[in-house]
Write a protein that binds this ligand. Structure first.
Ligand code: BGC
Length: 358
């Protein structure tokens, strides 16, 4: 019947319209998601390229430097090196090469050859200084170490580009505890200080665990007018401080700050407590802790099982309770050790050292 076919036709027509509309909606949603994923990939590539750019030679930053201020506390942190290039201006207080938040992951293989290729301006021993301005600070980065080669590769892979973008005059020192006796993190840090001072006129010392990687390059690995805690919000602690006095992971101190507390204790064997002792030393000398914000201070730890010969130190509670009485006798002024080997490798200086036993 003509009336019935007209109804059927109109139904078919509406169904077709609906199908076309749904198809259009589907295509639009797909396109939106595709474009957004392109944006993300583009941002990631830009991020990676800026790593490489900084390694291949940062763009000139000396032009707009009229009002550059010295770094906080920098006069006491080692005068800038002027002999090498007398016409260079000091670097800016905040490096213009910084990119902010970084993607940090540990699921891809990393080789030292690749890190070397990606960072052609890093010199033997893991030394670098900017070529177009005079760094505001000379920084020795000290890493206590034993049998963590995989972690060290990631550390070098992430940190060399960051430190170059931060425009630091820096050197990387890996202090490798020889033998298999129980680990002594704080003593290795003291050794790092003493050995780095033999190499260069460092004014600032960054003490870093090998498994901690910053997630934002605005967290500058330099020194401040107060001792600095750099690993403020670690993923391991849910991106917050485990307690207010926490000073473990990564920290920095100027030479003066370090010497004022007589360096670090030499007698914390095994895991734990030495960072609390360092905190006690600082507070007993009237210093406070400076920190980046929780956002800028984010960092990621490479997951691992507890090392052998680094069991929790049962004496740590008693030791921490007596820091004030012991600190001026036990520290950099009583440090003894024997260097077994010193190797200036492509990306770092490795110092293998016998620190004795408890
Ligand atoms: C230990 C520190 C350690 C902190 C966080 C404390 O109980 O004494 O050495 O860094 O816990 O793990």
């Amino acid at each position: 019947m003509p009336g019935e076919s007209a109804v059927n036709f109109s139904l078919l027509h509406r169904t077709c319209k609906l199908v076309v509309l749904l198809c259009f909606l589907h295509i639009s949603v797909t396109v939106v998601f595709y474009v957004r994923s392109l944006d993300l990939r583009f941002a990631f590539v830009q991020n990676q390229q800026s790593h490489n750019r900084s390694a291949a030679g940062p763009p000139s930053t000396a032009a707009v430097r009229g009002d550059a201020k010295p770094a906080e506390g920098s006069p006491e942190l080692g005068a800038p090196e002027v002999k090498a290039a007398p016409d260079l201006q000091p670097c800016l207080e905040t490096s213009p090469l910084l990119v902010g938040p970084l993607r940090v992951e540990f699921n891809m293989p990393v080789s030292l050859e690749k890190v070397k290729k990606d960072n052609p301006l890093v010199e033997a021993g893991g030394r670098f200084r900017p070529s177009d301005c005079v760094a505001l600070q000379k920084v020795a980065i000290i890493i206590p170490f034993r049998k963590r080669e995989e972690h060290l590769k990631y550390w070098l892979y992430y940190l060399h580009p960051i430190l170059q973008r931060q425009q630091l005059d820096y050197g990387v020192y890996v202090i490798n505890q020889d033998g298999d006796v129980i680990f002594n993190r704080a003593k290795l840090l003291n050794v790092g200080y003493a050995e780095a001072m033999k190499d260069y006129d460092y004014g600032c010392f960054v003490f870093s665990d090998v498994d901690l990687i910053p997630m934002d390059d605005r967290n500058t690995y330099r020194c401040f007018s107060q001792p600095r805690h750099l690993s403020v919000s670690m993923d391991k602690f849910g991106f917050r401080l485990p307690y207010n006095q926490y000073f473990g992971g990564v920290s920095s101190m100027s030479r003066e700050q370090f010497l004022k507390i007589n360096g670090f204790p030499n007698n914390y064997w095994g895991w734990g407590g030495e960072d609390d002792d360092i905190y006690n030393r600082l507070s007993s000398k009237g210093m406070s802790i400076s920190r980046a914000t929780g956002e800028v201070g984010k960092c990621r730890m490479i997951r691992h099982n507890r090392d052998k010969q680094n069991e929790p130190n049962p004496q740590r509670f008693d030791r921490i309770a007596h820091t004030r009485q012991t600190m001026m006798k036990d520290g950099i002024n009583s440090l003894t050790y024997k260097v077994i080997r010193k190797e200036k490798l492509d990306l770092y200086t490795m110092i293998t050292v016998d620190v004795g036993k408890p």
